[in-house]
Design a protein around this ligand. Structure first.
Ligand code: BES
Ligand code: ZN
Length: 933
């Protein structure tokens, strides 16, 4: 057994062990029984925010249920709720007079079940009303119904608010419910609270009734049928801006924030309605609710949450402060809102049957959002960049043996939170884009729309999507009639990984053959033993055509019954011409050519017509060449000669591809004696582009928000340039920072160009000492702009003083009421210290010595622990370090119950680094020297 799979086994055994102690629970399956289903919830909740009851909520839920069979029990979810079982009532709604009493209650903590054993069975087809009272603390854990806090600027007072976060399985922390996505029901929500607060929920307010002098009760309109994880409510003292979208159905849009942040909501108020309108058009389905509230919550675990009609956001994901926030942060806001609003169809209207198909939510929302942002801001030209970024990201993540299929069995709540990962989001989005491109615009759009219409207010699994698309594609004749989407797409969603396609050209007779095998970063595994195959859409162009517009497959590489078959080309290209496969990275596959083809490609890239090769394919060539060199599939010489062309490349996407790859080499080399040569090499390739982009100068006027990628490019290049001491980068950064330090009122007046702040802050802190650090820490505390605070947090980790870094990590995990760092931001602090060459050891020791404390700190959202392990592991490069991490994770197994996927990936990444060092370390110096100009 491989070392990484032992971890899985250890984890599985641990579950079984925990599970077996409840084996005598009368119901122990991970899914609810199907004998009863909810139809309607009447949910009444009173919220106490720092009043005589402290922080508490209490309520009464009345669930109308239907029995599908005779049933002796009612089993639903409830967790950490106090339920007075003597007050539970069950009564028939079909005219029977008597209530059904309860014989006993049983709980199953493994699956959070609350099992009510009835004195008399429910009768098939009967309707019943189940009433349960409950109460709990309004916790600070960012899950369930929780509390958040902020400081009011004018009074300096702390203000509290209450808000929900239910996905994936936290509705059960807020009220007893059938907490599975296919248990859809309608909800009538009634919130009572102190009248100094406002309450909002999924639906518009219907009526408000005063209960006494200070207490009011708000009743909201009944919802459409929906899943529990999408229910939401909040009690707060926020303000809002209202925009009514003048559309066919007048959706009222309100953007909510704390009063001090209301100057930052305008952009979100524009994006929301505009992208909603676009989605209504492309899906040909109206948004069914009368309103959408979008609210910026100061303490928030995820980035945002798509609750139907009440979308919740981290402040950085909703608020944009003109003249303070960067253009990238504006892009982030557009992108997050577009993502959450895409969910209003993909996820809310049509929901996955079970978490197995989470990707139908997250993959779609990610892909559709990239179309949404392109529609909002055509001048940004962001679709290309987002597509490349997703694809390159997946090329790395999914080349691990420890990766997983897009669609996979889920048998425990601990597994659910772990699949909100790059596979569900980015790979999901990549395979949808691939399908969009090979089906063509009309078939994709029409097929998707018919799927949404067919399953509206219901649940679906991926086969339902495949059926709708096959039907449409055959009707529109954009897919050969002997092909069906299920066959093709199952190879992408049910298998882990993706292929590398090898093109073998015969330069004498002009023929060629293409074959496939799974691409793996771990080179100890023999490729030939990999049996998987994929349906690969082969698009290509040859030098004299250079047609990079046509992304349609010219041939399919088939994989019938899992049998790999070579594709033969009678005459692919004249012998003196290159060929490029996978136009615009339209498919999720790498391409390996022979040396002659690479040489011809390098020839073009080095020449004056290099831009004839599409920008996305330039990025592809860089990434493929560097990956194939990394794994030893091809000689490093090819890759190094290829990236030499960067000296004339002026665009962002290819540079991003190159630097993302070099980042890993940098991580490995930075503590070795060869770093000197690496630094010289990096300096020599960065120098021309740093100069070309005008260095780290104030380009605020020249670079407007129209040219997003020019800005991103400048930030990327200057970040690297300051790190490698290129040109005047450090001097300029320090200059800007000093100017800010000497500003009379630095909290009001910051002379540093907004887009360059991340680079300037980090560089100034890296090259400064206590004064700079304290100055920036003070700005952090005084700033009311979340995106600015976030940049500061990650820059503070650039310091070089161990004691400052150690103290900073400790502050990051401070549980104290007065802690300045929010739980949601701890990973920013930790990651920035861990990625710092001096901070690495401190971060690693902190993690390993305090894992129990860290677990408690994140509980119940301990999936976040994998975010701490990954930056540590990615810098470990030896067998010894592997054993250290392995030993640590094995002995502390219990703390990784919700992050074991991350642990497995981390361990594999150390093995991969170690293999690289063994293979390449020795020759690296000489090679780098050869290419240093
Ligand atoms: N549905 C998720 C929120 C979520 C994430 C709930 C993880 C539970 C666990 C939401 O739609 C989402 O995907 N948010 C992203 C931001 C998005 C723009 C990629 C997030 O939170 O990172
Ligand atoms: Zn999402």
């Amino acid at each position: 057994m491989s070392r990484s799979s032992t971890v899985v086994w250890a984890c599985l055994l641990w579950f079984v062990a925990v599970g077996s102690s409840y084996a005598d629970s009368s119901y122990n399956h991970y899914r609810l029984p199907t004998s009863v289903r909810p139809e309607h919830y009447r949910l009444e909740i009173a919220t106490h925010l720092d009043d005589d009851k402290g922080f508490e909520f209490s309520g009464l839920v009345g669930i109308t249920i239907i029995a599908f069979e005779n049933a002796n029990n009612i089993t639903l979810h409830a967790k950490n709720l106090t339920i007075d079982q003597t007050l539970i009532q069950v009564k028939s709604l079909d005219g029977e007079e008597q209530d059904i009493s309860l014989d006993s209650i049983e709980v199953n903590p493994l699956h959070d079940y609350y099992i009510m054993k009835l004195s008399k069975p429910l009768v098939k087809d009967g309707r019943y009303l189940l009433k349960m009272p409950f109460k709990a603390d309004l916790n600070k854990n960012l899950f369930g119904y929780y509390r958040s806090v902020y400081t009011d600027k004018s009074t300096g007072e702390r203000r509290w608010l209450a808000v929900t976060q239910f996905e994936p399985t936290a509705a059960r922390l807020a009220f007893p419910c059938f907490d599975e996505p296919d248990m859809k029901a309608k909800f009538s929500i009634i919130l009572s609270h102190d009248k100094k607060f406002k309450a909002i929920s999924n639906m518009p307010l219907e009526s408000q009734t005063p209960l006494d002098e200070n207490w009011v009760q708000d009743e909201f309109q009944e919802t459409v049928p929906m899943s529990t994880y999408l229910v939401a409510y909040s009690v707060n003292d926020f303000e809002y801006d209202e925009v009514t979208l003048k559309l066919k159905n007048d959706v009222v849009f309100r953007t909510w924030a704390r009063a001090d942040a209301m100057s930052q909501v305008e952009y979100a108020g524009w994006v929301g309605p505009k992208v909603l309108e676009y989605y209504e058009t492309i899906f040909d389905i109206k948004f069914p609710l009368p309103k959408i509230d979008q609210i910026a919550v100061p303490d928030f675990s995820a980035g945002a949450m798509e609750n139907w009609g009440l979308v919740t956001y981290r402040e950085t994901a909703l608020l944009y402060a003109k003249n303070v926030s960067s253009t990238s942060s504006k892009h982030r806001v557009a992108s997050v809102i577009s993502h959450e609003l895409a969910h209003q169809w993909f996820g809310n209207l049509v929901t996955m049957k079970w978490w197995t198909d989470l990707w139908l939510n997250e993959g779609f929302a990610t892909y559709i959002a990239s179309l949404g942002v392109e529609h909002l801001h055509p001048e940004w030209d962001s679709l290309k960049e987002e597509s490349v970024e997703n694809t390159l990201d997946i090329f790395k993540v999914d080349a691990l043996k420890t990766s997983h299929p897009i669609s996979l069995p889920i048998k425990h709540a601990n597994e659910i939170s772990q699949i909100f990962d790059a596979i569900s989001y980015s790979k999901g989005s990549c395979v949808l884009r691939m399908m969009h491109l090979f089906l063509g615009q009309s078939a994709f759009q029409e097929g998707v729309s018919s799927y949404l219409k067919k399953y509206a207010y219901k649940n679906a699994e991926q086969d339902n999507l495949w059926d709708s698309l096959t039907e449409t594609a055959h009707k529109l004749k954009t897919l050969p009639s002997e092909y069906d989407i299920k066959k093709i797409m199952d190879s992408w969603t049910l298998q882990t990984g993706y292929p590398v396609v090898t093109i073998e050209r015969n330069y004498i007779d002009g023929t060629a053959a293409a074959s496939q095998e799974r691409y793996l970063l771990d080179t100890r595994t023999s490729r030939a033993d990999q049996e998987e195959c994929w349906w690969v859409p082969l698009s290509y162009t040859i030098q004299e055509e250079s047609d990079f517009n046509n992304t349609q497959p010219k041939k399919w590489m088939e994989c019938n019954e899992g049998v790999k078959k070579k594709v033969n080309f009678k005459s692919l290209a004249p012998k003196d011409q290159w060929v490029i496969f996978n136009i615009q990275l339209s498919g999720l596959y790498k391409v390996k050519y022979d040396t002659k083809n690479w040489d011809m490609l390098i020839g073009t890239l080095m020449g004056k017509n290099f831009i004839n090769i599409h920008i996305m394919n330039r990025a592809q060539l860089i990434d493929d060449a560097l990956d194939l060199a990394w794994t030893g599939d091809q000689d490093y010489d090819i890759a190094m000669r290829l990236i030499e062309y960067l000296r004339q490349e002026q665009e962002y996407i290819p540079w991003k591809a190159a630097l993302d790859n070099l980042k890993q080499v940098n991580k490995i080399l930075k503590k070795t004696s060869q770093y000197d040569v690496f630094k010289k090499y990096m300096k020599s390739i960065l120098d021309p582009i740093y100069r070309y982009l005008g260095g780290l100068n104030n380009t605020e006027n020249a670079i407007t928000s129209e040219r997003l990628y020019e800005i991103k490019h400048k930030v990327l290049i200057s970040g690297w340039s300051c790190r490698f001491e290129v040109g005047d980068c450090i001097d300029r950064a320090s200059g800007y920072f000093k100017e800010w330090q000497s500003s009379e009122n630095p909290d009001e007046k910051n002379p540093i160009p907004t887009n360059l702040r991340s680079v300037v802050y980090c560089t100034a802190i890296r090259n400064g000492y206590e004064d700079e650090w304290n100055f920036l820490w003070e700005r952090y505390q005084n700033s009311g702009v979340a995106s600015e605070k976030q940049i500061i947090l990650s820059s503070l980790g650039c310091a070089r003083e161990p004691w400052i870094l150690q103290r900073y990590i400790e502050w990051g995990f401070d549980e104290n009421e007065n802690s300045k760092i929010r739980k949601q931001d701890t990973y920013i602090v930790f990651t920035s210290v861990a990625n710092n060459v001096i901070g690495f050891q401190l971060a690693k020791d902190y993690l390993m010595e305090n894992i129990a404390k860290i677990y408690k700190y994140f509980d119940p959202d301990t999936t976040k622990i994998s975010r701490l392990i990954s930056p540590i592991a990615s810098q470990m490069t030896s067998e010894k370090e592997y054993l250290e991490m392995k030993n640590f994770t094995d002995t502390n197994n219990e703390y990784f119950s919700k992050s074991y996927q991350g642990v497995r990936r981390a361990l594999e990444s150390i093995e991969i680094n170690t293999q690289w060092v063994t293979k390449n370390y020795e020759g690296i110096g000489e090679r780098l020297r050869k290419f240093t100009k």
